[in-house]
Structure formats: C-alpha cells, structure tokens
Design a protein around this ligand. Structure first.
Ligand code: DSN
Length: 421
C-alpha cells in the first residue's frame, strides 16, 4: 500500500468520504500555491509522508524495544531501534527517546525527570522569543514550577550571557533552559552549560527550531555539555510532526520512564517510523547542502528586506529565521494586519512579538519569517529578493486590494515553477 500525497482521485478517502477528500485536496492545493514562510513549518519528503500514513498506525507498543506490554511488536522493536540508532548517529548523543509525541511532551518529560514541583526554572521570556512550554503561566511548566525569565539585551537584541549568569546566581534554578522559537542568532550552548554547572543546575537545550542545522554542524551542538536536549522533528529537521529527547547516559532510564509511563501511554508508531525515515534522509550528505541553503536563503531574504528599509531584530540572522520590526517602515501596520494581508497574497507568515514590544501578543509589532519550507521546494536567493519585494509592496500598500491581487498572481507563477510534490 502506498500513500498518494493526498491526491484523492486514487485514494480510499475519495471513494468513501468526498467531504473529507475535498478538504484534503484543498490543503494540497493551498500548500502548492502558497509560499510558506512560517519558520517552524516544512514540506516533508514523499517517503516521510508514506511512513506517516502507514499500517504502523494500527499498533499498540507501550514500553520500549524488547520490553513491551503487548504482543506482536517485532516490527515496532525493529523500527524504534533503528530510529534510535539513526538519531544517536545524527546528533552524537548518549541516549535518545523517540517516543515523545511533540516538543512540549518532550520538555514536560524532562521537567518530570529533573525537577520537583515548586523548583525554579530559568528560561527565555516568551515575549523575547521563548516558547510556551518553557514557563508560560498557564502551561504546565508555569503551573508547576517557579519561572524566572531572562530576555535579550535591549541594545544588541542578543543574549547577554553575563546577565543570564547573574540571574542564575541570584535565583539558583534547578534547571536552565536554552533554546528559542524566535531568535535569529547563534546560541552559545556551552556557555549555558557552564552557567548551569556553576550554580548546580541541569541544562536543557531545546533545539526544536534549529535541529537540522545542529545535525549538520551548521550550528554548534549542545549534546556534549547539556544534560538534556529536546527537539521537535518537523521543523528544519524535515521529519513528521513529533518530539524527541536526547540525554546523558545517567539520565537515560529516568527520561524513558518519565515519557512512558510518566506522561504518555502508547507511542505513535507511525510517527516513529516516519522519524526513522527522516533521520535516514538527514544522515545523507545532500541534507547538509540543503541546510546550508536554508541559511543562505534566510540571509538573502533579511538583506533584501533591509535594503527595502526594514529593520531586522538584532540586525540580521545566523539561522533559518528572522524577526521583522514593522514599526520603522510601516508604523501603523501591526503583525496581525501584515499576516492577514500577506496571506491574501498567498504569502504565509506569522505575527510575532519583537523584544520589548509595546503591542499585545494578538497584535504585535513583528513578523516572523523563515526559509526551511521555501528551500525544500527549491527556491534560491534570487527568489528571496522577489519575495522581499512582494512583502514590502503589500505592507506599503496598507493591504490595498489591487496590489494584493497583483502580487498574488506573481506568487502563483513562482509556485507553479516550484512544485512541492
Ligand atoms: N509553535 C512553534 C513555532 O512556531 O515556533 C514552536 O513550537
């Protein structure tokens, strides 16, 4: 049985459920006909898609390879072992757990392993590019633990490691989290590990956004020094939606037990199969070329936007994403407006707080843009210049319908030239 990229004319769904088939077809068309600039999204390979839609979805496999609570797990054991071997090779870690359903689940399992309720976590403020699972008040992290936040430096908009050290010495956290969802500069993971060691804390690096860059050596890796490294598998890593935890050997048993039975039941074996396929792809030399192009495209996009008068937070990017400060060029345009107008032009992005933003999280003064998905479909630096020009034209026009229509037709031409499947 093969997956058909949701092309419904040949699918079982088309035959039995036309309502669903229509929506699937519409989504395939939407992805084909829009430029995806959401920094955390990607288009997976046909092989990953096939794995995610395979018969592995039928199986319960609570436990771990060789120690399951159900019969019939021979192929589950084979695939989970292979996923672990490939992940270990890719990231050079001691131990890996590939069962986490998501990045947030991976983070939660680390907290359950390393902390007691009421312990202190030092992590990046969500409003400065952090993640909700790193301590948002209404997330389990914020509900169960005492959260102390660090931000970026007001001048450089980059991490100030001396300040982070000061906060760590003052608050004596049990866990220090590095990693971000909207930070465009290299993260010095070894400095976070040093600070953690100085104050007797564990260091958890959440590399969800930059996992592909880390796996290919294009961003420094935290695995030699951090106690825990968590990630999602679907962003720059270009695998299926899911999570994963890497850790030092001494934490291996505890981490595994905090995933199952600590916080999850049966693993999603079709997702683990698809993770194994994606890790296999990431181990190939061409994956490094692809990751290098993601960075090259991000730089080209940031430079073209800057040439059009825009301000990029921190002055540029070292990775796959950037935050555009909308205020200098388009003072009355919020991130919310920008996201909506660009979507009408088939350019997909997301509003985002910029550091020290005076607007609300539902409005924002920033727009987050990333290049993993565009790079996957073959776009290069020439296309980045065009995309920067279109973004600028739509925003300067204040969402003028005629201008949006014109850009939309140019976007359509580009999308036709670069099919996603
Ligand atoms: N929601 C993801 C992002 O867009 O960055 C983080 O999990």
């Amino acid at each position: 049985m093969t997956t058909t990229l949701n092309k419904t004319e040949t699918s079982a769904i088309a035959t039995q459920d036309p309502d669903i088939a229509r929506i699937m077809e519409a989504e395939l068309e939407r992805q084909q006909n829009t430029l995806e600039l959401i920094a955390s999204e990607n288009h997976v390979s046909p092989a990953v898609l096939e794995a995610a839609g395979s018969v592995f979805t039928n199986k319960y496999a609570e436990g771990y390879p060789g120690k399951r609570y159900y019969g019939g797990c021979v192929n589950m054991d084979a695939i989970e072992s292979l996923a672990r071997e490939r992940a270990t090779q890719l990231f050079g870690c001691d131990h890996v757990n590939v069962q986490a359903h998501s990045g947030s689940q991976a983070n939660a399992a680390v907290y359950l392993a390393a902390l007691k309720p009421g312990d202190t976590i030092l992590s990046l403020d969500l409003a400065h590019g952090g993640h909700l699972s790193h301590g948002l008040k209404v997330n389990m992290s914020g509900l169960l633990y005492n959260i102390v936040s660090y931000g970026v430096d007001p001048k450089t908009e980059e991490f100030n490691y001396a300040e982070i050290r000061k906060l760590a010495q003052e608050h004596k956290p049990q866990l220090i989290i590095s990693g971000a969802s909207a930070y465009s500069r290299q993260i010095e993971f070894d400095r976070f590990s040093e600070i953690a060691e100085e104050v007797g804390a564990q260091h958890m690096a959440d590399i969800a956004h930059i996992a592909g860059l880390v796996a290919t050596g294009l961003h420094p890796t935290p695995t030699p020094t951090a106690s825990f490294v968590t990630t999602t598998t679907h962003k720059t890593l270009r695998g299926p939606r899911g999570g994963m935890i890497m850790c030092k050997e001494e934490w291996a048993r505890k981490i595994d037990s905090r995933i199952f039975p600590g916080s999850q039941g049966g693993p999603l074996m079709h997702a683990i199969l698809a993770k194994a396929v994606a890790f296999g792809e990431a181990l190939k030399p061409e994956f490094k070329t692809y990751q290098a192009k993601i960075i090259e495209n991000a730089r080209a996009l940031a430079e073209a936007l800057t040439s059009a008068g825009n301000r990029i937070v921190s002055g540029g990017t070292d990775n796959h994403l950037m935050l555009v400060d909308l205020r200098p060029n388009y003072p009355d345009v919020t991130g919310k407006d920008a996201e909506a107008w660009l979507e009408q032009a088939n350019i997909i992005s997301n509003k985002n707080m910029i550091p020290f933003d005076e607007r609300k999280p539902t409005e924002t003064s920033g727009l987050r843009l990333g290049t993993p998905a565009l790079t996957t479909r073959g776009l290069g630096t020439g296309e980045m210049s065009n995309i920067a020009k279109w973004i600028d034209e739509v925003l300067r026009s204040q969402g003028n319908i005629g201008e949006i229509e014109r850009v939309r037709s140019e976007v359509a031409e580009m999308c036709q030239q670069f099919p996603i499947y």
